[in-house]
Design a protein around this ligand. Structure first.
Ligand code: SF4
Ligand code: SF4
Length: 251
C-alpha cells in the first residue's frame, strides 16, 4: 500500500478526527529557531488531531469549577494526549518500516522554554501548514469544523509524502472574543501573520501565572477559556446538540 494511504488508514482505525501532511519549508526559519537543526532537518510533518468533548469544554467557567476542571484535565488533556501519542508512535513505525526517518512529537511536549510555554516543535503550526485550520488571535489552531476544540500531535519525517493542503488564511475577522475572555489578559489582539513571533500576539508568562493560580486554588493547572469561547467551536457544539435533538429519521 502507498505510504500515505497506509498511515491514513492507521489514523482512521484509531479514531483520529483530523489528518494532514504539511510541507514545513515555509516555516523553516521559525522551526530552526525553536527546535534547532535536529528538528528543522525534517521537510514534512504528519499532523493528527482529536476533537474534544463539547459537553466538558462548554462547562468551563471563570471562576473555575473544580469538578469541570478535573473532567477537562482527564478527558480533554491526559486521555486525548495519550491517544494521540500512541497513534503518532504507530505512524512513526510505519514510516520507518518504509525506510524513512520519523520522529513523533508528543501532544503535550515538555516545555523547553518555561517562560514561553512551548516545546521543540509546534503541532498547531504543522496542522496549519497542512491546511487543517488557521492560527487564531488565541494562537490556537482554529478549524472550520470545530474551532479550537481539538488537540494535536505530529510526526516529523523525511518521507516524500505529498502535502494535503496550503496554510489556511485567518478567518477571525473582527472577532476579539478570546482576547476579551482570557482571565489573564494574555492576548494582545493582534492577528496571526506568517513569520511574526508569537510573543507579539501572546504573553505566555501571563497565561502561566494564571495556571499557577488555578493550581493553588483548585489543585489543577486548568483554564481553557480560549478554547471554550471561540464562536467556531460554540457553533459546532450547538450543531452537535441540535443533531442529537433531531428525530432519528433526520440524523
Ligand atoms: S488558557 Fe486561559 S489564561 Fe491561558 S491563554 Fe487561554 S484563556 Fe488565557
Ligand atoms: S475567538 Fe474569535 S478571534 Fe479568537 S480565535 Fe476564535 S474567531 Fe479568532
Amino acid at each position: 500500500m502507498e505510504l500515505r494511504n497506509e498511515i491514513k488508514a492507521v489514523a482512521d482505525t484509531e479514531g483520529i478526527d483530523f489528518f494532514g501532511v504539511a510541507d514545513l519549508s515555509p516555516a523553516h526559519d521559525a522551526i530552526l529557531a525553536q527546535g534547532g537543526p535536529d528538528i528543522a532537518r525534517f521537510p514534512r510533518a504528519v499532523s493528527i488531531g482529536k476533537t474534544l468533548i463539547h459537553a466538558i469544554v462548554d462547562g468551563l467557567s471563570v471562576p473555575a469549577s473544580a469538578r469541570v476542571a478535573e473532567l477537562y484535565r482527564y478527558y480533554c488533556y491526559d486521555l486525548v494526549n495519550d491517544r494521540l501519542d500512541k497513534v503518532a508512535l504507530r505512524i512513526s513505525s510505519v514510516i520507518q518500516a518504509h525506510g524513512f526517518a520519523a520522529l513523533p512529537v508528543p501532544a503535550a511536549p515538555r516545555a523547553v522554554d518555561a517562560e514561553r510555554l512551548c516545546g521543540v516543535f509546534s503541532s498547531k503550526m504543522a496542522a496549519h501548514l497542512a491546511g487543517l485550520g488557521w492560527i487564531g488571535r488565541s494562537c490556537l489552531l482554529v478549524t472550520p469544523e470545530i474551532g479550537p476544540r481539538a488537540r494535536w500531535a505530529s510526526v516529523l519525517t523525511d518521507a516524500p509524502i505529498p502535502p494535503t493542503g496550503e496554510p489556511m488564511a485567518p478567518r477571525c475577522g473582527d472577532c476579539q472574543v478570546c482576547v476579551k475572555a482570557c482571565p489573564a489578559g494574555a492576548f494582545t489582539g493582534r492577528p496571526f501573520r506568517p513569520g511574526e513571533e508569537r510573543e507579539v500576539r501572546f504573553h505566555a508568562s501571563d497565561c502561566g501565572e494564571h495556571l499557577r493560580a488555578m493550581k493553588a486554588e483548585i489543585g489543577l493547572r486548568v483554564c481553557g477559556m480560549c478554547v471554550k469561547v471561540c464562536p467556531h467551536g460554540k457553533r459546532a457544539s450547538r450543531n452537535n446538540a441540535s443533531q442529537a435533538d433531531a428525530p432519528a429519521s433526520r440524523r
